[in-house]
Design a protein around this ligand. Structure first.
Ligand SMILES: Cc1cc2nc3c(=O)[nH]c(=O)nc-3n(C[C@H](O)[C@H](O)[C@H](O)COP(=O)(O)OP(=O)(O)OC[C@H]3O[C@@H](n4cnc5c(N)ncnc54)[C@H](O)[C@@H]3O)c2cc1C
Length: 181
């Protein structure tokens, strides 16, 4: 039961995530990269992080720009995700960027955060890029996210609604709290 890279990938792949496209504009060039190593960090100040492979072109692009944007993909943007991971079938799918804070905004994304680079921390073969959030975008409400789990793209399936009465079955009078003497 050891720990090796393959097993690590398998186990980490059990953690379901959304999918993002990170964008940055530098030296007159726009770049995009698919990433799911993304999470929020702090509310005061507003910080988030993305982990980027040290050899990804995007890392140097972000360092140069000093800014980036994180675009959260919707369920119908799987082809866009494949393209920006370098795994597309060659023909770029339809997508459109518009200039925005931090980096270009991907039209049709669920939401986005535009950031300036707060710090970059080396971490093994990746770098942790901490972004100070400068702008937020909320797309059309009610659309489903693209999900990644077990190394594959997935779609969310709504669970069956739980009857409202179930919430009222807890009997407060029967609850007891016990303390150890
Ligand atoms: C679900 C998923 C999650 C991932 N999560 C991460 C992660 O968190 N961190 C990480 O480091 N890697 C992650 N990857 C891998 C990463 O997306 C790829 O390794 C990526 O190719 C590396 O980025 P790069 O900057 O070197 O991109 P490149 O290989 O240079 O570019 C990626 C693709 O985007 C295209 N592209 C870039 N800019 C534009 C543009 N302006 N217009 C049109 N096409 C453009 C390129 O042509 C290429 O096809 C993930 C991959 C997947 C599938």
């Amino acid at each position: 039961m050891g720990a090796d890279a393959q097993r690590f990938r398998r186990v980490m792949g059990l953690f379901a995530t959304g999918v993002t496209v990170i964008t940055a504009q530098y030296g007159g060039e726009t770049r995009g990269m698919t990433a799911n190593a993304f999470c929020s960090v702090s509310l005061e100040p507003l910080l988030l992080l993305v982990c980027i492979h040290r050899e990804a072109r995007m890392l140097e692009h972000i360092r140069g720009a000093g800014a980036f944007a994180v675009n959260v993909l919707s369920a119908d943007q799987e082809a866009v995700s494949r393209h920006f991971s370098g795994a597309g079938d060659g023909a770029a799918p339809e997508f459109r960027f518009v200039p925005w804070e931090g980096g270009p905004l991907l039209v049709g994304c669920l939401g986005a955060a535009g950031c300036t680079v707060e710090r970059v921390v080396d971490a093994g073969d990746h770098a942790i890029v901490v972004g100070r959030v400068r702008a937020l975008h909320e797309g059309e409400p009610g659309r489903a996210p693209l999900v990644f789990w077990g190394g594959r793209y997935r779609r969310l399936q709504e669970s069956r609604p739980v009857p409202v009465e179930a919430a009222g079955t807890f009997d407060r009078a029967s609850a007891r709290i016990y303390y150890e003497a």
